[in-house]
Design a protein around this ligand. Structure first.
Ligand SMILES: [Ca+2]
Ligand SMILES: [Ca+2]
Length: 395
């Protein structure tokens, strides 16, 4: 293995260790340069790697993929792929939690002698944000998709905390401690949930920085998305992240990353759930619909979750918009929740005198009157407004 490859692998182990330590235990815990890993210990910064390093414990989530030589591999969030010994009943494309031994020089994918995960267990992976709730039988973690799990480690988080969790799904766990099986997540890490849109930019030491309207963070996974473009990120917020040594600062770790979306369209009734049909005719599953109902025209601002498979059978795979806010219904210029002839006067006011509009309707978003979704309220919104009023109030 080349020196640079060793360094990259070592840095991955270090980051993985940081996540396990600081995103599962109270903020401020100090990871040392020598991380204990199961019964083995590896010096991840010193010369330990060059003299026949011991096998170290490895656990992480990734996508099952097929390597160049036909060997099963796991592709991690940072794009690194590793050969893997046991895949169980899982198939290529599944998102799995792998726990095993990291062998720097494994022969499991001949003729290569390469880093691999051996002697591993494999489970479905859950990775994402949700909320801690007081369950009937035991404290629960409810995912944004509405699934309930007991957790092996709640990390001191309590009711209504918004948390990020990653771990191995056990459909019939005993984590509820009530003498019967309950879905659980084992070997989990947990931390505050970060989610939002921003931009990636180059930081010091080759690190990447994620910039939002208010703040900036070191960020672990940038995928191959172009710097500067608007991206959506969901991950574990570590207030004292050490992913960009020697700096210590707020960092988003173990994150997923996708496109940001801001689009206008209509809320529609899908076969099994409510969908958002953007003006370019693309349908999306949408996490938050606010008070909107099918038929409403709206502006949606959120992120495309690259890991989401829409829980809504439409015959075609749907992308999911998460962590979104909605503005609308568009045309509801007096903000009484419905689009009607009663909105005509307030629409004219929004068009002609925005300041007076805002003082007359302090809780109303001026964007409700931006019918053509160009970011401004102008005369070009008049025709679409009239059409919306006529269309929504047709007999
Ligand atoms: Ca109205
Ligand atoms: Ca407009």
């Amino acid at each position: 293995m080349s020196a640079s490859r060793k360094l990259r692998v070592a840095s991955h182990l270090l980051r993985a260790a940081c996540v396990a330590v600081t995103c599962s235990i109270a903020a401020g815990a100090v990871p040392t340069s020598t991380e204990s890993a199961g019964s083995a210990t590896v010096d991840v910064t010193g010369g330990g790697l060059t003299n026949g390093p011991p096998l170290v414990q490895f656990e992480d989530c990734g996508r099952l993929t097929l390597g160049a030589l036909g060997c099963p591999t796991i592709t991690l969030g940072n794009g690194e792929t590793l050969a893997i010994e046991n895949v169980g009943d899982f198939r290529i494309g599944d998102f799995v939690f792998v726990r095993g031994l990291f062998d720097f020089q494994s022969p499991i994918c001949p003729p290569l002698i390469a880093p691999a995960i051996v002697d591993n267990t494999i489970n479905e992976c859950f990775q994402g944000c949700g909320t801690v709730v007081p369950g009937v039988l035991c404290q629960n973690f409810v995912t944004d998709d509405g699934r309930s799990f007991a957790l092996e480690d709640f990390g001191g988080f309590g009711n209504n905390d918004r948390v990020w969790v990653k771990g191995a799904v056990d459909p019939e766990s005993d984590l509820c401690n009530m003498g019967f099986a309950f879905p659980g997540i084992r070997n989990n890490t947990i931390g505050p949930c970060f989610e939002g849109c921003g931009a990636i930019t180059a930081g010091p030491q080759g690190c990447s920085i994620f910039i939002t309207d208010n703040d900036f963070y070191f960020i672990e996974n940038t995928a191959n998305l172009n710097p500067g473009g608007a991206v959506w990120v969901q991950g574990c917020l570590n207030p004292e992240s050490r992913q960009c040594i020697p700096f210590i600062g707020p960092g988003i770790e173990d994150n997923v990353i996708g496109r940001c979306i801001e689009a206008c369209g209509r809320i529609i009734e899908g076969p099994e759930c409510i969908l958002f049909r953007a003006d370019d005719s693309t349908n999306y599953w949408i996490q938050n619909t606010g008070d909107l109902v099918p038929g409403d025209r709206a502006r949606v601002i959120g992120g495309i979750d690259p890991l989401c498979l829409a829980p809504c059978s439409t015959g075609v795979p749907l992308e999911c918009i998460r962590n979104n806010r909605v503005i609308g219904p568009l045309g509801d210029a007096n903000c009484d929740g419905i689009v009607s002839v009663g909105d005509i006067n307030s629409f004219v006011l929004a068009l002609t005198d925005p300041a007076t509009f805002q003082s007359a309707f302090p809780d109303c978003d001026l964007a409700n009157a931006d019918m053509n979704c160009d970011g401004f309220v102008s005369v070009s919104d008049i025709n679409p407004f009239v059409r919306e009023i006529a269309g929504r109030n047709a007999p």
